[in-house]
Structure formats: C-alpha cells, structure tokens
Write a protein that binds this ligand. Structure first.
Ligand code: ZN
Length: 299
C-alpha cells in the first residue's frame, strides 16, 4: 500500500511516495510556487507526482490517498488550512482541493503535527505514549501526542509552547507579544543575543560553530536558549505528565539536549522519581513528508 505525500512548505515543496513501513519510494523537491496560491500548488503537485510516479513505476491513481502538510495553522479533521500568516491565506479547504484534483482521499496537517505523527508511527512513538514534539528552527513549533493520538484541541491550536511568554520585557514576537519562547529561544534570537554579547555571527549555525570552538560568549547565547526551552518544557511536563520531549528542526541540532533535560527536570514536580527525556528525533529531513503521507495510510 502506497500513499502520495506533499510537504508543502513556505519555500520548498517536497513530493514523494511512502509505503506502510514509512519508507520513501521516491521524492523530489521544488521551490514552492506560492505565487499561484493554494490551488496552483495543488495543480503543480498533481502534475509533478504523476511524473515522479511514472519514473518509479508507481501509478498515482492506485495510491491509497494523498496527504499534505500546509505552512499554516490547520484543522486536520476538517481538512482546512485556517491561516497562513506568511502568505495571507485564510480558510482554504485544501484537502478538498486535493481530492478534486487527485480523485483520491486527501488529508492535511500542519507541518509540525505531521512530524509528530511520523515520529509516533515510525520513530520514538513506538515506545512513547505521551510526548511533545518541538521544532526549533527560525521559530518554535510544537505538537502534542497524548495517549498515542495527536491532540489538536477545540480550535486546532493546542501545543503552542512557542508562545508561552517567559520574558514579558523580552524580544518582540511575530504574534504581537513580547518574550515568547519563539522570540527569545529560536534561531534568530540566538544570533541576536550573540551579537549583543559582541559575537560576530550572522545566524544560529555560526553561533553554534563558535561555541563548539570554545567561544564563551557564543556558548552563553546558546545556553540562554537552552534554559528558556527547558523552562517551557517543564511547564508542559507538569501540565501533561509527558514521557518525553522530542526535538527536530535545524537549530535543535546545535543544542545540548542532555543539559536541556537536566534543566527541565530541575523544574519538574517529583523530579527524583521522574524519567522524562529530552530526545532528538529519529527521523531525518523528510519527517514531514512521511508524516503527510501517513495521514492517509491505514494504521
Ligand atoms: Zn509569540
């Protein structure tokens, strides 16, 4: 059984086919033709998946369905893209657009939820029933898996730890508040804090490189983010009694997760008896594509 998958990102569009074991049977990445709008993206994906399928001996018509991420807040059950701030799209019935074009069952999820679902089914989720997936990159996105299920909440907005306000006087956030986890702990904040400390670094990756070479100021900039993330994770653990926090995203690779785990546990109730882990994802760069396809793969 094979599903078609679309990882519809703000800048890149990854298309592919995924089998029931979570194996990718062919994938291709394009710049997202976002100027054509969501309908244009659906048309483009259909054309390119047909071509990719032909080159791999996979008939798109025989796929079990098509699953897609969206670079937006989304309601998975309703198949609706709710709001994509970067593109100004509101209330787009993207699952229906895919069904009309592909003539296959279609489901959508936001990219972070798709990563969490991929982890649940094909990665650490096989050992963990309750975990928070957190992407740390240019922002901080998160998704909740509770009792082995994605938990979206009443308005599909659950799990937004990126907008926990930890420093009311901190850096401004894209959401209009100040001092949100995203504003003070994601990649741009690491670079900004490093520059304020006098480090010459364009981005978080450079800060991490300098920290690895022993630069104490670069280390301090990273450590501040690690402390903020640990604090936010401790709130989530105290609220939800999680087994683990699983991290993905480019910036997460620069963080000392063993330190984050210790700092988190220091703020958790019953800490002496708890074994809450902070773990790197077991899935790679294509986690969101696999998660998208898994939306339509029978369990
Ligand atoms: Zn915010």
């Amino acid at each position: 059984m094979i599903a078609a998958g679309i990882d519809f990102g703000g800048t890149k569009l990854m298309l592919g086919f995924v089998d029931q074991a979570g194996q990718i049977l062919g994938q291709q990445t394009f710049p997202t033709p976002k100027e054509r709008g969501p309908e244009g993206v659906a048309d483009f994906a259909l054309e390119k998946l047909h071509a990719l399928g032909r080159s791999r001996g996979i008939e798109l018509e025989r796929c079990v369905g098509v699953g897609s991420t969206v670079p937006a807040l989304a309601n998975t059950k309703a198949g609706m893209l709710l709001y994509a701030p970067a593109h100004g799209w509101w209330d787009v019935p993207f699952a229906r657009m895919l069904e009309e074009r592909f003539r296959l069952p279609a489901r959508i999820a936001n990219d972070v939820n798709a990563c969490a679902l991929a982890e649940l089914r094909f990665g650490l989720g096989r050992q963990l029933r309750n975990f928070l997936w957190v992407t740390v990159s240019t922002g901080v996105g998160s998704a909740l898996i509770l009792e082995g299920q994605l938990y979206e909440g009443s308005g599909a907005l659950a799990g937004e730890i990126g907008h926990f306000v930890l420093e009311p006087e901190g850096y401004e956030c894209g959401c209009g508040m100040r001092g949100c986890v995203e504003a003070i702990a994601a990649g741009p904040a690491i670079a900004r804090r490093a520059r304020e400390l006098g480090v010459q670094a364009a981005d978080a990756r450079e800060v991490a490189r300098l920290a690895a070479q022993g630069d104490p100021k670069a280390k301090a900039a990273l450590r501040a983010s690690e402390d903020y993330l640990a604090q936010a994770f401790s709130y989530a653990v105290n609220l939800l009694d999680l087994d683990a926090v699983v991290l993905g995203g480019g910036v997460s690779q620069s963080l000392d997760l063993a330190y984050v785990e210790r700092a988190m546990l220091a703020k958790v109730i019953m800490r002496e008896r708890r074994k809450v882990r902070v773990l790197p994802t077991t899935l790679g760069y294509s986690a969101a594509l696999v998660g998208a396809a898994s939306l339509v793969l029978p369990g």
